[in-house]
Design a protein around this ligand. Structure first.
Ligand code: SAM
Length: 424
C-alpha cells in the first residue's frame, strides 16, 4: 500500500503540497478537510460581507458549528467567533485547526516524526473483523495515542489539555486503523471489514505531512481574531452571562447528513480511548439533532402549526402500503423529533442573545414524498415564538442531480437554500 502522491502543486512558502489520495486509506471526509480545508459550510462566499458586518458587533456565535466553517471564515477576516459543537469528532477537528494552537500542533508533528521508531508495530499485515475497533487495533490506537500525547511540548500546554490535543491530532487518521467497508454513500462507512496494517506507518507519515501543510496554510491566511470552541449540546449548554450580539449558524438538515453516522468510526475510537484513558467525553450519539434514531424516543410535545400542517400533508399523499407504514413508524416520528429538538436548541440559545442581536441561519428545504420539508418556515416560527422578528434574507433554488438518488427528478430533486435573518 503506497500513499504518497504529491500533487505537484508548488506553493511559495511551504513546498510541494502533499495531497492525500484514496490510497492513503484515510476517510474521505478527512481527506477533503485536509486537502481543501473545508467540507460543508452553511454559508457561501457572498456571505463574507454579512460576516464582516456582524464581526463589528463582537464575537459571532455558531451554536451548531460543525467543522468550524464560520471560525475559519472569521480567522481569515480577523474577526472573533464562538462555536458550540456536540459531535465530538467535529469538535476535535475545530480544536486541531484552531489558529492559536497551530504552533503547538506543528511542534508536536515534528516530534512525532522524529520518534518514528516508537510508533506501534502491529504483528499482523491485515485484520478482518465485524467490529470497527477489535482488540488488536484498540491496542495499536492506544499506543499511537500515547506516542502523540508525549510529543506535545510540556512547556506549551497544561497537562490536563494534552489528552484533548492528542486526540484531536489522532482522529483524522483514526479511521485508517479501523475495520470498515465502503457504504453506498461515499461519506459513510460500514462497521466491519478489513483493516490493512501493512504500510500504515507510511500513510501516517503522509497524513502528518498533509496536516502540517494545512496548518501552515491556515496560519498564513489568518488575519487575527479569536476563535473559541466548546463541546456541548445546544439544547442545554450553559454560556454563563455572555450575551451575543451576532450569530451565524446552520442546523443539521432532516434526512440529509446524519453527522453521527458519518463519523461513527471516529466516535468508536473515542469510546475506546476514553475507556483506556478515562477521558471525560460525554456524548449520546442518538441525541444528536438529525440522527436517524427514532425508536424509543420520548414522544416530545412540540407545538408548531407549520410542522402539523406538513405532517398532515405527508399523511394525505397517496402512498402504497409500504410507504404509508414507513411514514408512520419512521419518517413522521423522525420529523417530529427533529423539529422538536431544533426548537429546544433555539430556546436555550435565545437566552444568550442580546436584545440588539443580528442573526442569520442558513437552512435547506428538501422534499419528502414530493412535499417540501419546511425547515425555513419552522425556524422562523420557532424564533418568532421566542419573541424575535424574522425574514427570508435570500433564497436559492437548486436541483441536485445524480449524486444521491439518480432517479430523483423534478420536485424530488429540488432543494432550496434560505438565509433566514432574525432580530429582536
Ligand atoms: C450543518 S452543520 C453546521 C455547519 C456550520 N454551521 C458551518 O457553517 O460550518 C450542523 C451541526 O450541528 C451539530 N449538532 C447536532 N445536534 C447538535 C446539538 N444538540 N448541539 C450542538 N450541535 C449539534 C451537528 O453535529 C453538525 O455539526
Amino acid at each position: 500500500v503506497t500513499s504518497v502522491r504529491p500533487a505537484g502543486e508548488r506553493d511559495r512558502s511551504n513546498g510541494t503540497r502533499p495531497e492525500l489520495g484514496r490510497t492513503s486509506l484515510l476517510r474521505e471526509v478527512y481527506r477533503s478537510l485536509l486537502n481543501t480545508g473545508r467540507t460543508y459550510a452553511g454559508f457561501r462566499d457572498e456571505d463574507r460581507e454579512i460576516v464582516g458586518h456582524l464581526a463589528q458587533r463582537g464575537p459571532i456565535l455558531d451554536p451548531m458549528s460543525g467543522y468550524g466553517g464560520l471560525a475559519s471564515f472569521c480567522s481569515q477576516m480577523g474577526a472573533d467567533s464562538f462555536g458550540v459543537e456536540y459531535n465530538p469528532p467535529q469538535f476535535f477537528w475545530q480544536v486541531l485547526v484552531q489558529p492559536d494552537r497551530i504552533d503547538l500542533n506543528l511542534g508536536a508533528i515534528e516530534e512525532i516524526i522524529k520518534v518514528r521508531r516508537k510508533w506501534p508495530k502491529p504483528r499482523r499485515r491485515a485484520i478482518i473483523s465485524d467490529e470497527f475497533v477489535p482488540d488488536e487495533l484498540r491496542k495499536t490506537l492506544i499506543s499511537l495515542f500515547e506516542v502523540i500525547a508525549s510529543s506535545f511540548s510540556k512547556s506549551l500546554i497544561a497537562d490536563e489539555r494534552v489528552a484533548e490535543a492528542a486526540l484531536s491530532l489522532l482522529l483524522p487518521f483514526a479511521g485508517r486503523l479501523c475495520c470498515t467497508s465502503p457504504a453506498d454513500i461515499s461519506t459513510h462507512t460500514k462497521e466491519g471489514g478489513t483493516c490493512v496494517l501493512v504500510g500504515w506507518q507510511d500513510d501516517f507519515a503522509t497524513y502528518l505531512a498533509a496536516l502540517r501543510y494545512r496548518l501552515k496554510q491556515n496560519k498564513e491566511n489568518a488575519r487575527g481574531g479569536r476563535q473559541h470552541v466548546i463541546s456541548g449540546d445546544a439544547r442545554n449548554v450553559n454560556l454563563g452571562s455572555t450575551r451575543f450580539r451576532a450569530m451565524f449558524t446552520s442546523p443539521p438538515y432532516p434526512n440529509h447528513r446524519d453527522f453521527s453516522s458519518i463519523l461513527l468510526p471516529e466516535n468508536k475510537v473515542i469510546d475506546a480511548l476514553s475507556e483506556a484513558h478515562g477521558l471525560p467525553i460525554l456524548f449520546d450519539r442518538e441525541a444528536i439533532i438529525g440522527s436517524n434514531f427514532v425508536k424509543g424516543a420520548p414522544a416530545t410535545e412540540f407545538d408548531s402549526i407549520v410542522v402539523s400542517k406538513f405532517i398532515n400533508q405527508i399523511s394525505a399523499v397517496r402512498r402504497n402500503k409500504r410507504a404509508g407504514y414507513d411514514d408512520d413508524v419512521y419518517y413522521i416520528p423522525y420529523f417530529r423529533k427533529y423539529f422538536s429538538a431544533l426548537g429546544g436548541a433555539y430556546h436555550n440559545i435565545a437566552r444568550y442573545l442580546d436584545s440588539s442581536l443580528d442573526g442569520y441561519i442558513a437552512v435547506v428545504n428538501n422534499t419528502h414524498r414530493g412535499v417540501v420539508i419546511p425547515v425555513a418556515e419552522t425556524v422562523r416560527e420557532i424564533w418568532e415564538g421566542l419573541g424575535f422578528h424574522s425574514e427570508i434574507h435570500r433564497s436559492l433554488e437548486m436541483f441536485h442531480l445524480g449524486a444521491r438518488n439518480p432517479r430523483a427528478k423534478g420536485i424530488r430533486a429540488r432543494h432550496t437554500e434560505y438565509l433566514v435573518r432574525i432580530w429582536r
